[in-house]
Design a protein around this ligand. Sequence first.
Ligand SMILES: Cc1ncc(C[n+]2csc(CCOP(=O)(O)OP(=O)(O)O)c2C)c(N)n1
Length: 373
Amino acid sequence: MSQITQPLVLSATDLLSALADAGFRHLAGVPCSCLAAVHEELGRDARFVYVPTPNEGSALAMAVGFQLAGNEAALLIQNSGFGNLLDPLTSLAMISRVPVLTIMSMRGWAAGDDAEPQHEVMGRGTVPMLDALGLPHHVLPATADRLRAVFAAARRTLAAGQPTFLLVPPDAIASCATPPAATGAAFGRGPAVRALVDLFPGALFISTTGFISRELYAHSDRPENFYLEGAMGHAASVAAGVALSSPDRRVVVVDGDGSALMHLGVLSLIGHLGLPNLVHVILDNGRYESTGGQATTAAGTAFATVATGCGYRAALTVSSEKELRDARAALSGAGPTLVHVRITPHSPAPGPRVAATIRPPEVARRFADAVRG
Ligand SMILES: Cc1ncc(C[n+]2csc(CCOP(=O)(O)OP(=O)(O)O)c2C)c(N)n1
């Protein structure tokens, strides 16, 4: 059973070869920066079918579908997504005895990582939860030979009907992907965030996890900003709660396409509530840029059409800074309103993490004061 010991480094190709040899050719998941090299290799490896799913629960359900149709399936996720996984894990895979292999990066597992407080609780809770559920788990070993032995052991527990986990300590897989160079001329995350701040002076801003929160923080930190460090996909729900409770305040939620897709049902909730003071922004780069630039499924999704179909009063798509700034009139009417902002997939890296200087309880406290005051 798992315990964290030595620093481990395995190549992404070793992991993929072992997976392929063990018969796992159908993969699904949500990326983690610790698995970026694996995703990059996967893009070049014709042996696999990889499906980027909106959240980890749908990855598991899809993998169950793969298994039912006769294909051995595995997940690639990070342990913050273990929460999304739990319901289909316990009430589908386990009770149906359709076992799936989950390769899970273990953020926050080792020592406390002060820079990333969002991983702290799940980091120490994942293994106890796996144990509480009686689920077998192994640590990714450092050599390809030992990996094959681990796969052999995993095969046995999977054959016995038990979902089995392969735990990947942070930095256990060599060479994360290098993001491509930013193109200076393109309309990216920075200009988009700056335009939004100009368009909505005095508004309450709620931003999604990853680079988008870091960009907003770097450009204009203020108590009226609430940055989600984790809870990917839930920024719009937080914003809906604030907007419903504070009808006199304009509330702007800045989502990413990956984040919005993770719990897209919240668009129906916002449309249903008809929140006149809510502006929902989706910065759509077609990528999970924060974790290395893996493609989302947003390319075929017309977010503005989805929003109006869900009852938003207005929705538009813009593709340049000028179009975004010119949308002021359209955005100043009663909401809920959605702005789908198409941006380049390669924005310059944002500044440091918010938690490097302001801890989450302080972000929450000063935001609450700003809302109530
Ligand atoms: C439940 C969960 N799964 C995965 C992650 C890892 N993660 C952090 S940020 C991020 C990408 C967010 O993508 P998007 O909203 O499109 O914004 P972008 O990074 O492109 O700015 C991911 C996958 C997470 N934090 N939580």
